[in-house]
Design a protein around this ligand. Sequence first.
Ligand code: CA
Ligand code: CA
Length: 220
Amino acid sequence: MAYPGYGRGFGNFHVQMPGIQIQMGQPVPETGPQVLLGGYPGYPAYSDSYPSASDPMWTYFSAVAGQDGEVDAEELQRCLTQSGISGTYSPFSLETCRLMIAMLDRDYTGKMGFNEFKELWAALNAWKQNFMAVDQDHNGTVEPHELSQAIAAMGYRLSPQALTTIVKRYSKNGRIFFDDYVACCVKLRALTDFFRGRDPLQQGFVNFLYDDFLQGTMAI
Ligand SMILES: [Ca+2]
Ligand SMILES: [Ca+2]
């Protein structure tokens, strides 16, 4: 089998760490860690009911979204940078913001409406909890050996060379910060799903057309 343990997917991703939630400069409701970033089939979407002013998340969303009532990548970057969620004073990765929006933009506006934003928020909470569990020595970043264990725990079996490539791409001085960690995991899953969808017999090799390859990978 080409993807031993793949079936578990992010099965053990739901690491519960009570009391931990993302601080965004003002209190926000906990939306629960059960929603994962991805936008995959069977993924529960929020209803399109008109947002209630009584929803405590609505005020925060309105402030971030501004006049057009939707959150774009730059606005998301600004609010996540202010939150300090990545554990550094440098700006939260714009690329990761774009990636998260691409994965959760259900109505293809290129921005996050209220329900999409709530889903993104829940996904970020889940990622943060996962990140903190993976960061076993609690130094605020994920080191190569921690990433290796995390990727294995998610069910992927990668060669040392592939792991080295990933670490080189997503680390700064051998440390992987939260924003890069999210981008790394989201991309790994999306690319694996793309490949796997073309490999029904799970053989670990596929034939696909150049254009198909570009469409599948450039969108991520
Ligand atoms: Ca949208
Ligand atoms: Ca660490």
